[in-house]
Design a protein around this ligand. Structure first.
Ligand SMILES: Cc1cc2nc3c(=O)[nH]c(=O)nc-3n(C[C@H](O)[C@H](O)[C@H](O)COP(=O)(O)OP(=O)(O)OC[C@H]3O[C@@H](n4cnc5c(N)ncnc54)[C@H](O)[C@@H]3O)c2cc1C
Length: 438
């Protein structure tokens, strides 16, 4: 039986290990931390007595592969789908994104036209630019012709109101990269997938359980069921190459040696590049995400989740509406700031001083209740920066020898997302099957 050693137990590693085991290989999965899930993890907060996710993780209806993986892990029913979600503008106007009875790609047009924040001219411009994005052919486009999404949109006549109210929040949330860096071709692709391709691509999914339950506990159960040997707390720090530039084995921090026939690196970009052949792999600039977790004595909002255009905070998620918190009397909210470069060096106190007034302005009831706890979580390397340069240089899954590469940064076309990670794991196993028999 061909042995496969998957190193890195994030979502790409879980996918690669599960799919190779299902294909009949003898699989071992090695993970340095005491749990699976990688960048989608939770920690137990003993003073709040609940699991806290490192940040709200959302999926969209167009993320078909992560949805399938969740089905395979038997946790699909732990996704709460929103067919409608709301935008709260700085002017306090609220609009809703919801599908209509029209067929795709026209199903969201009524929602755009019902939006009170934009004038009629803006609404027409928005529909025209989406149609233009859709209809512009990118197959024969030269790399040097690829400009940023922001530049493209401004050339397409988008007003400041549309840029701030629609495009900037959409792009920074989808790519964790500002619109002046994201290539317009990637924007085109995500608009097609999320808004035009079919009627449910725009839907938003959140988990009703912690990331630990989804990506550690459920994944452990399923991998064990498929006879994958999972080794936690095992950090690989050296690769033993043979004279033909094939990997002979991996050596852990504790000097244990792991031999296999094929190796699938599902490590984060930088770690993978250092460990395996850095000349073939590039290191992309990381892009941070910050989340502020807030517990208040009394309810300050009944909204499930809100997109907050034109503000420092991009999204609010109401954990009371996601989790079963029936034994708790307080309210737990998570606020997310993508591409949060300018906040990363600030102290917790500085961040609170900056963000709590904004939260009070959005939810004035905050003034009349007690803040029970605040947690600020920084993830400096949340994703790679999806800019014009990185989008053209993403590493291939297979570059020779007996090593395959997976991870959200590899050549999947997707930004750094759970969907991209799952696709990268699937790609690695497809190549594995084509080159090595089980
Ligand atoms: C704050 C935050 C918010 C996010 N929000 C979203 C979202 O809303 N929607 C979405 O789709 N995506 C989101 N993402 C991105 C998503 O979490 C990642 O794209 C995905 O989890 C990456 O999975 P991966 O397997 O490619 O890499 P990783 O999760 O980085 O997995 C790599 C694994 O390798 C392990 N490892 C590292 N070094 C070693 C070693 N030497 N030996 C053994 N193991 C090692 C690590 O511990 C880790 O488990 C978010 C990420 C963060 C951080």
């Amino acid at each position: 039986m061909t042995r496969v050693l998957v190193v890195g137990g994030g979502i790409s590693g879980i996918t690669a290990a599960l799919k190779s085991a299902q294909a009949g290989y003898d699989v071992t999965l090695i993970e340095s931390r005491p749990y699976l899930g990688g960048r989608a993890y939770s920690y137990w907060d003993s003073s709040q007595e609940e699991w806290i996710d490192n940040c709200q993780h959302i999926i969209m209806g167009c993320c078909r592969e992560i949805t399938d993986l969740l089905k395979e892990l038997d946790v699909y029913e732990k996704i709460k789908w929103y067919d409608k979600y709301r935008f709260l503008y700085d002017s306090k106007q609220i609009s809703e994104l919801a599908s209509s009875i029209l067929p795709a790609p026209f199903h969201l047009i009524p929602a755009f036209f019902n939006n009170q924040y934009y004038g009629t001219k803006d609404k027409i411009q928005l529909c025209r630019s989406i149609a233009k994005l859709w209809l512009t052919e990118t197959v024969f486009i030269e790399p040097k012709q690829i400009i940023s999404a922001e530049e493209w949109l401004l050339k397409a006549g988008q007003s400041e109101c549309l840029m701030n109210g629609f495009w900037h929040p959409l792009i920074v949330s989808a790519f964790n990269t500002p619109a002046n860096e994201v290539p317009w071709t990637a924007l085109k692709q995500s608009i097609e997938l999320a808004f035009l391709g079919n009627k449910d691509g725009y839907r938003l999914g959140v988990f009703t359980n912690s990331l630990n339950e989804i990506f550690h506990q459920a994944a452990m159960r399923k991998l064990t069921e498929h006879n994958v040997h999972v080794l936690l707390n095992t950090s690989i720090n050296t690769v033993h190459w043979d004279e033909l530039a094939k990997v002979r084995g991996l050596i852990s921090k504790n000097q244990e040696m792991f031999y296999s026939d094929v190796y699938i690196s599902c490590l984060p970009n930088m770690r993978s590049a250092v460990l395996f052949n850095s000349h073939k792999q590039r290191c992309f600039k990381p892009s941070p995400i910050m989340s502020l977790h807030l517990w208040v004595k009394d309810e300050i909002t009944q909204e499930d989740c809100l997109c907050l255009p034109g503000r420092k905070i991009h999204w609010m998620f109401n954990k009371n509406k996601q989790y079963d918190r029936s034994l708790k009397t307080n309210q737990y909210l998570t606020f997310v700031i993508s591409a949060a470069d300018d906040l990363m060096d600030k102290t917790n106190l500085e961040i609170q001083k900056l963000l709590l007034p904004e939260i009070s302005e959005i939810f004035p009831k905050l003034e009349n209740t007690q803040i029970e706890a605040v947690r600020i979580l920084r993830e400096p390397g949340a994703t790679f920066r999806f800019n014009i340069s990185s989008s053209q240089k993403r590493p291939y899954t297979y570059m020779g020898g007996n090593v395959l590469f997976a991870g959200d940064y590899t050549d999947t076309d997707w930004p750094g997302t759970m969907e991209g990670s799952v696709i990268s794991g699937i790609n690695a196993v497809e190549i594995l099957k084509s080159l090595w028999k089980p």
